[in-house]
Design a protein around this ligand. Sequence first.
Ligand code: 5GP
Length: 196
Amino acid sequence: MKGGKLIIFSAPSGSGKTTIVKHLLAQPELNLAFSVSATSRPRRGKEKNGEHYYFMSVSEFKNHIKADDFLEWEEVYRDNFYGTLKSEVERLWAEGKNVIFDIDVVGGLRIKKKFPQETLAVFVKPPSVDELKIRLKKRSTESDDKINMRIAKASVELATAPQFDKIIKNYDLEVALKEAHELVAHYIAAGQKEEE
Ligand code: 5GP
């Protein structure tokens, strides 16, 4: 597999990484395309198959694991599998795009390890776990149980932040969007991470 850059945004859910990724996708000069992940979790709200995720059953997902179709995969929550299909990255690279990922911290770090030269891995840090709780409740697309499951995972995820190339603090969204844009633009233009 060979092609453009891989830009990874990982964070606990509710940190605002999806908003940041959407903002970056809207910047034409970055030439980004979103890596649509496969998942076995149920569809939420207005999510569309092939746009937000490739939705599939647990057994379909397991067949892809057996066939070695994934670049990385993770059982993020029980029976909720998520993974990046190799074919997805190959498709976007063949279109000449840089690929942007909105994935969990374990998956993000796995991709960085597989493609160390081509990857910029960014961790989005929320102000606090309490603030995460508030944001997830506001989103109100899920039950309290599911929200609590995500909160429990957040503390573990926060501990992985130092393994990323960059940490963006999402305390003020406008500031975070600007910082993310500059970071990615610099990496794509220079082919370098800032400190290099
Ligand atoms: P959600 O259910 O809120 O869409 O996503 C739950 C978590 O799974 C988020 O942290 C999201 O970034 C992560 N996720 C989404 N796609 C992938 C993927 O392809 N691989 C991995 N490892 N995690 C993913």
